[in-house]
Structures are given as C-alpha cells and as structure tokens.
Design a binder for this molecule. Structure first.
Ligand code: ZN
Length: 80
C-alpha cells in the first residue's frame, strides 16, 4: 500500500487559495512590464506572459526571467 505524505498545512492553505484566490505580492521586478509574484498563503510562484497574463513560474521561466532582467538592467545602464 502506498501512502502519500504531503504537508497538511500547505494543502490546507492551497484549499483556501482555491476558494478565495491567491494573494500575490511582487517578489521580483524583471522589467517595467514583467514581474515575479508569490502567494502569501501557499507560496505559489507566478510570472507574466507576453500578454500580461499570470502564468506559473517554472524553473525554465525563472531562467528566462533572470536573462531578461540582466538584459533590461544592461539597457538601463546604457541609457543613463
Ligand atoms: Zn495561494
């Protein structure tokens, strides 16, 4: 018999998020238009796609974001 051990608190919080919605706060500014968000309740991480819609922040997207952030900062320095 297989038993699944998942943290009860995280599970309970995600149920609350499903009911009332996540409470996202900005954790990182990538560019003026792209940000990274994290839910204050369950810790779920999100980012924006090119249309400004919230999408799940995967490891791959995190990498894309840090590249974007790097290029954006470089551009900012050249302007100033
Ligand atoms: Zn949440």
């Amino acid at each position: 018999m297989k038993t699944y051990t998942s943290p009860q608190t995280a599970l309970g919080l995600s149920v609350i998020c499903n009911l009332i919605g996540h409470k996202f706060r900005i954790t990182k500014k990538i560019t003026n238009h792209f940000h990274e968000y994290q839910c204050r309740c369950c810790g779920k991480q999100m980012t924006e796609d090119i249309y400004g819609r919230l999408i799940e922040l995967t490891a791959e997207r995190k990498e894309i974001n840090s590249t974007l952030h790097f290029i954006f900062n470089k551009k900012q320095l050249q302007i100033e």
